[in-house]
Ligand binder design. Structure first.
Ligand SMILES: Cc1cc2nc3c(=O)[nH]c(=O)nc-3n(C[C@H](O)[C@H](O)[C@H](O)COP(=O)(O)OP(=O)(O)OC[C@H]3O[C@@H](n4cnc5c(N)ncnc54)[C@H](O)[C@@H]3O)c2cc1C
Length: 464
């Protein structure tokens, strides 16, 4: 075995949860080492793609309007998860979110009010000035200034755990085997969304057509190591955050700019040019995260958003241009859809549209009648050329299957109680809070709160 790294605390991962844990542990005076599997230019995992986090507050703040109290936050979470949450951990995340915010500012993270054209989040979500990349750069600069060692190209490949206690581990460091040893370990290595084989085990061959919106490095290796050594699993492998994204996005790391927000403003058809779901069921922030799954259920995992020129400028476009056409038949040709079928679908939809006052900011009264599936809001005839189409694919954001933890972020074993020195934070344990559905901005709140808890508890464990 090559190099040997010894540290009071080892943090596996290099995203938000990892750096929150590393900085918090360092505050306690212990030595901290971060092992990030990506090279420096790709450090920061999915966290570098983010824009905001959801925060509880009882009165307006510098960047958040009105109030968003604990009970409302928790009620929102209960609604989207259908109860698939652990109440004490969820409430802990919610309650700690304002403190996490203040702590983040102390490490150079800056917030700004909600961006225009986003998902109506001005009351609930604090936006990172400069986005997730600026946030991660602030954390890495702070880590360097405080003497935290960071190894890049460091992929953890094995963990030795005896009687529930972490002892040592192995990794590939710049492609060469190396060892590490520590008094405590924090696993903050993300979900398994970039492991296409694992996704295929859960979803079948459909997974081959999924696009991964974030880092290619979250392959679930550490998650599997922990589960294989008796750590209790939480969540279902098919549950994840999946949105409909532009079908022309790259296989990995396309980030936020490939998302498509025009679904409620037109119709969505599958490869048979048939509609399959109510595009206007509810406000888009409450529905955007179901469309990845809906598209995944269609033949060849592809669908098409069809709009006309009336709605241009009313949504944030994808980085790819919309495909234009002078007629619906021509658009069908450009999208490789059966032209007569698409014309019939649009004709039938247009005929069913009821008179109303269009307002895409509220649940307006523009709806269809006698159409299956209905369009409950924002239904306007698609009749003003040029017409436009966007191909849609399931875009996987992150998976929910993870390790069970307690309120101290300690991983739980199937047989015994919690580990005395093995902690988890971020995506790898997010399923404890969100087992199904999603609330925009929750991922970063879970990682920030549990990252800090894991760092604090790891430092305590190292001092014991
Ligand atoms: C496009 C996009 C936009 C998003 N926008 C938002 C948003 O605005 N708000 C929000 O709350 N959430 C958002 N999310 C979700 C959010 O990114 C995650 O919830 C959050 O970043 C998870 O943080 P994390 O630290 O657990 O994981 P990550 O930031 O993904 O970090 C995991 C790290 O582990 C490393 N790693 C993996 N395996 C190993 C290994 N074996 N050895 C060593 N290191 C390893 C990876 O390289 C990576 O650095 C978004 C996600 C995407 C993809």
């Amino acid at each position: 075995m090559g190099e040997q790294i010894v540290s009071d605390i080892i943090i596996v991962g290099g995203g938000n949860a990892a750096l929150c844990a590393a900085l918090t542990a360092r505050e306690a005076g212990v030595s901290v080492t971060v092992l990030e599997c990506a090279p420096p230019e790709y450090r920061g995992g999915n966290s570098r793609h983010t824009r905001n986090m959801r925060c509880m507050h009882d009165a307006p703040t510098d960047v958040l309007t009105e109030a968003y109290p604990e009970d409302e936050y928790f009620a929102d979470l209960l609604r989207v998860t259908g109860g698939e949450t652990t109440e004490c951990l969820a409430r802990l995340v919610i309650r700690e979110s304002p403190r996490a915010n203040a702590w983040m500012k102390s490490y150079g993270v800056r917030f700004q009010p909600s961006l225009g054209g986003t998902l109506h989040l001005g009351r609930t979500n604090a936006f990172f000035l400069g986005g997730g990349k600026a946030l991660m750069n602030s954390y890495y600069a702070a880590a360097e200034a405080r003497g935290i060692r960071v190894f890049y190209n460091a992929e953890v490949t094995a963990l030795t755990i005896r009687d529930g206690k972490f002892e040592s581990g192995e990794m590939l460091l710049n492609g060469r085997p190396a060892e590490f040893r520590a008094k405590a370990l924090v696993a903050a290595s993300g979900g398994f969304e970039s492991n296409l084989e694992w996704l295929e085990e859960a979803w079948g061959p459909a997974a081959r057509n999924f696009i991964i919106r974030g880092t290619p490095y979250n392959r679930g290796r550490v998650l599997k190591l922990l589960l294989n050594q008796g750590v209790e699993q939480i969540g279902d492998p098919t549950q994840c955050h999946a949105v409909a994204i532009d079908g022309r996005a790259p296989k990995f790391d396309g980030g936020i700019v490939t998302r498509l927000d025009c679904v409620p403003l037109g119709i969505v058809v599958n490869s048979h040019a048939e509609r399959f779901y109510d595009e206007g069921e509810d406000l888009w922030p409450k529905r955007y995260a179901i469309w990845g799954r809906l598209v995944a259920q269609q033949q060849d995992q592809i669908a098409y958003s069809i709009i006309d020129s009336k709605v241009l400028g009313r949504f944030m476009p994808s980085v790819f241009p919309a495909i234009p056409a002078g007629s619906i038949g021509e658009l069908a040709g450009a999208l490789n859809l059966p032209p007569e079928r698409l014309e019939a679908t649009v004709r039938e939809f247009n005929r069913s549209v009821q008179p109303g006052t269009f307002d895409h900011q509220i649940l307006d009264n523009c709806r269809t009648a006698g159409l299956t599936p209905p369009k409950s809001h924002w239904a306007q005839a698609i009749d003003q050329p040029p017409f436009y189409g966007y191909p849609l694919r399931p875009g996987i954001t992150f998976t929910y299957l993870g390790v069970r933890v307690n309120e101290k972020a300690a991983v739980q074993f199937q047989t015994t109680a919690s580990s005395p020195n093995l902690f988890a934070a971020g995506e790898i344990m997010a399923g404890n809070v969100v087992g199904k559905g999603y609330l925009a901005g929750l991922g970063m709140t879970i990682g920030s709160v549990f990252g800090r808890i894991a760092g604090r508890e790891a430092a305590l464990a190292a001092a014991r």
